[in-house]
Design a protein around this ligand. Structure first.
Ligand SMILES: Cc1cc2nc3c(=O)[nH]c(=O)nc-3n(C[C@H](O)[C@H](O)[C@H](O)COP(=O)(O)OP(=O)(O)OC[C@H]3O[C@@H](n4cnc5c(N)ncnc54)[C@H](O)[C@@H]3O)c2cc1C
Length: 372
């Protein structure tokens, strides 16, 4: 492959991890939604070459708010505020945020501002923690309804003030205006093929010595060597997508993650959610964070529909915690890596905001570095 002899070691009995297509009740699905969302046309074009993609630009997400017994759009949509029982309070909080931001500005300066600039003026961009960011951006009432309980559930924490690395949030939007479709500023797509992304894994592993259901027994990263199936092997280059603490016997301590338990439910209806709705988030005391109707992505035709339900858990490690102290710990591991060792992907970077497109971008950067 590109002049290199490549050895790929994978703990699971298959390639692709959660992006691999599984089947339940005849329905193809992944572990969680795994739709391809990217602001980068060249990454879209790259993946589209190997697994032709269908755009799903119309997708809408909802959040269920039990205290209002109502579903609203997610991201929070300005036009939904009029439907909320506490709209007077919400509007007054939002206008206080605006007033605070505008204090002392000349009318000529005001005219030039968009919402993002307003947020920065309000100090939301320099907030010290996740809670402060959101309260300064949308006010306390909307924060408590949509964000507080969801985030504590998602990260399995008691207090959102603990989250001090939140540059990933909220995907550039706090309150949305305009079209209802979620993330309409990015390309959103899903593979056309019945087996989803799977052909990509096969093509990517062509010419590679693949060891499935295998773990490295011992790492000697300083010397770019590992023990694989009882044999010590030295490599010119190591590309790792696992948690960096594992590569160094956790000498600086374990890096924390949150995982998900995943449940599949087939329902005796052709569609469970309204036409453009692909996911529903649950922001309250429910144990689960979201449900996904897979057919919306796969366009699988059947008289039944498949719902995937995700419950935060410690049974697997899928989401690096967004805490500066843990990022600093991860950096100690990165600093121990010699030239020719690349730690990439979500766990490999120890960054929550690494999605499918970012993992491709990381791999492309490694390929470029190896060519130069
Ligand atoms: C529930 C969920 C839903 C998501 N939905 C989306 C989405 O809709 N859109 C999007 O863009 N992104 C989504 N993501 C994120 C995205 O899918 C991941 O960030 C991306 O796939 C990570 O790729 P990766 O190669 O870094 O890691 P992974 O795909 O996790 O690959 C790491 C591999 O390492 C293997 N491994 C682990 N430990 C060892 C070991 N010790 N030895 C050998 N092998 C090991 C694992 O089995 C796995 O195959 C989602 C993530 C989750 C958890």
């Amino acid at each position: 492959m590109g002049g290199w002899d490549v050895t790929l070691v994978e703990a699971a009995p298959f390639l692709g991890a959660g992006v691999r297509t599984m089947y339940y009740g005849g329905h193809p699905h992944t572990f969680g939604p795994r739709h391809f969302l990217t602001p980068w046309p060249h990454i879209f074009e790259f993946l589209n070459t190997y697994v032709p993609l269908r755009r799903c630009a119309d997708h809408q997400f909802l959040t269920y708010i039990e205290r209002d017994q109502t579903f609203y759009d997610y991201p929070i949509h300005m036009d939904d505020i009029g439907r909320m029982p506490d709209r007077t309070e919400i509007r007054s909080e939002l206008s206080a945020i605006t007033m605070e931001a505008l204090r002392g500005l000349a009318p000529s300066e005001l005219a030039k501002l968009d919402r993002d600039q307003l947020l920065k003026l309000n100090g939301a961009a320099s907030a010290k923690n996740f809670e402060e960011f959101w309260v300064r951006s949308i006010g306390r009432t909307l924060y408590e309804k949509f964000v507080d309980g969801y985030s504590r559930k998602m990260w399995m924490i008691d207090d959102n003030k603990q989250i001090d690395d939140f540059t990933w949030s909220p995907k550039g939007v706090t309150i949305k205006e305009g079209p209802r479709a979620a993330w309409d500023t990015a390309i959103s797509a899903y593979p056309i093929a019945f087996n989803g992304y799977d052909d990509y894994f096969r093509i990517a592993a062509d010419g590679v010595a693949v060891h499935l259901s295998t773990r490295i027994e011992r790492y000697d990263i300083a010397n770019k060597a590992v023990v694989l199936k009882g044999e010590k092997r030295r490599f010119d280059v190591i590309v790792s997508t696992i948690s960096p603490d594992i590569l160094f016997d956790r000498c600086h301590g374990e890096l924390p993650y949150v995982g998900r338990d995943f449940h599949r439910i087939v329902l005796p209806v052709e569609f469970a959610m309204p036409e453009h709705v692909y996911f529903c988030y649950y922001a309250g005391a429910e144990q689960f964070t979201r449900i996904v109707e897979y057919k919306k992505f796969t366009l699988h035709r059947a008289p039944t529909t498949l719902i995937g339900l995700e419950i935060p858990s410690r049974n697997n490690k899928l989401y690096p915690l967004p805490l500066e102290s843990e990022k600093a710990k991860a950096k100690k591991y990165f600093d121990m890596m010699p030239d020719g060792v690349f730690s990439i992907g979500r766990a490999g970077s120890y960054l929550y905001n690494v999605d499918i497109d970012d993992t491709i971008d990381h791999a492309m950067k490694v390929a470029k570095a190896l060519k130069s």
